[in-house]
Design a protein around this ligand. Structure first.
Ligand code: PMT
Length: 411
């Protein structure tokens, strides 16, 4: 883990998972990082500052107003200094309440004040009851933070301290530490151009109706966000989605498969890598009506003639490139026999790497914040566990980086 010499500010909010923060601090220190710990009032109900002080070898900051007055010389570090000192602000566990405060930009205690004042990247490791995690308010708050560039690790699924079973378990300390290493990691895509497609396509039937699919764009936006953070100059060709553009990314909005093809082909030659995450409609209506079809005319059982759309990825995979061929990465949405189909699809589409997901599995595929994928490359198949889409994006970029430098891919 490349954390040696890095300055990490760890915020701990209230929740049973606060005990995991002790192990996280131990991992940071073992890896050679300098760690400063901030605890909320609620966090101190679950674990004592003394434990964290002993492990981090620094006084633990707990109160906004005690920082400059009574504290010893060592801890006389104000909230702005703490904010400026951080190369990374990680909040683990991040409770629903704390996430809501961060999304609103509240600064009513030391941790939220430091978070607001810090320009360091923010990584949150949420931990809460499954219903709180799934609540639309929490979903919206997490999406707001993601749109500002915040990274998320976990939560995992399983038995929760509250007795419920589901998503809400804080990621294990080793996973959080790895996510920190990645967040602080080298900008290994610096100077490289990458094109990412995301979201669904809409194929018009008439001015009112269309054929679409369930893609939310989350997976593709996560890839674009991670690539930009790792230094790539990212163009995101997005089908219709309400998601906010990730920081530093150039967005091109399209609707139909043919518009997406045009947008991709016009930019393809300049790219070091093209990642096709979009769920491109395979068919479109043969005719597009210029007026809204009326029930009186269409009757009770109208039929719709379809015609195949161009296969953008297959076209990229088969074309003769005048210069260096970009690394081509495709996705595959499958509902059965995932591995065999993915192996075949990679060959058929002529891509270097194929990332397949079983979209019929709960928590995986369309619209979810998590995904279980397998990578099919030249070297074989690598299966990943159920992970947050940000995490899947990072792993995918690790594979892309290996392909670009000609390193042997894992799996
Ligand atoms: O957006 P989310 O809600 O986060 O959901 C993520 C996802 C499920 C959409 C994503 O993980 C995913 O699986 N994307 C690929 C969906 C898809 O179209 O799969 P496919 O097996 O039909 O296509 C295989 C590949 O060919 C894809 O890279 C696709 O972009 C590409 N393709 C498909 C058809 C077509 N006409 N042209 C293409 O380029």
């Amino acid at each position: 883990m490349e954390l040696a010499g890095r300055r990490i500010v760890l915020g701990i909010s209230g929740g049973i998972a606060a005990y995991k923060a002790a192990e996280l601090v131990r991992l940071f220190v073992k890896a050679g990082a300098e760690v400063r710990v901030i605890m909320t009032r609620a966090a101190q109900k679950f674990i004592t500052p003394l434990t964290l002080q002993a492990l981090s070898q620094h006084p633990v900051a707990t109160d906004l107003f005690e920082l400059t007055e009574e504290a010893s010389h060592e801890s006389k570090i104000g909230h702005i200094e703490l904010a400026d000192l951080a190369e990374l602000l990680v909040i683990a566990p991040a409770s629903a309440d704390l996430i809501a405060k961060l999304a609103l930009g509240l600064a009513d205690d030391l941790l939220t004040t430091v978070a607001l004042a810090s320009k360091a990247p923010l990584l949150i490791a949420p931990a809460m009851n499954v219903n709180m995690w799934n609540h639309p308010a929490t979903r919206a708050n997490v999406a707001t933070l993601a749109s500002r560039g915040a990274l998320t690790v976990g939560p995992g699924a399983g038995e929760l301290a509250c007795g419920w079973v589901g998503s809400g378990r804080m990621a294990e300390p080793v996973e959080v530490a790895e996510a920190c290493a990645r967040a602080l990691g080298p900008r290994d895509f610096g100077g490289l151009k990458m094109l990412v497609t995301a979201g669904p396509t809409y194929e018009p039937i008439d001015p009112v109706r269309f054929i679409g699919n369930r893609s939310s764009g989350k997976m593709g936006f996560a890839v674009a966000r991670a690539a930009a953070r790792r230094g790539a100059e990212v163009t995101l060709v997005a089908g219709p989605t309400a998601l906010a553009t990730p920081p530093g990314v150039t967005r091109v909005d399209v609707e139909s498969a043919r518009q997406m093809r045009e947008a991709v082909l016009a930019r393809a030659e300049a790219q070091a890598a093209i990642v096709m995450v979009a769920a491109v409609g395979d068919y479109r209506p043969r005719e597009v009506a210029s007026e809204k079809g009326k029930k009186e005319t269409l009757g009770e059982s109208p039929s719709l003639a379809l015609i195949a759309n161009p296969d953008i990825l297959a076209e990229l995979g088969a074309r003769a490139w005048p210069g260096r061929r970009p690394i081509l990465i495709g996705f595959a949405a499958e509902t059965e026999d995932v591995e065999r189909r993915a192996v075949e699809k990679r060959k058929k589409k002529g891509c270097d790497l194929l990332c397949a997901n079983d979209v019929s599995e709960p928590g995986s595929g369309f619209g979810t914040d998590t995904n279980r994928v397998l990578f099919v490359g030249e070297g074989g198949v690598e299966r990943l566990p159920l992970l947050g889409k940000d995490e899947v994006a990072e792993r995918l970029l690790d594979r892309a980086a290996a392909l670009m430098t000609g390193k042997k891919a894992r799996g």
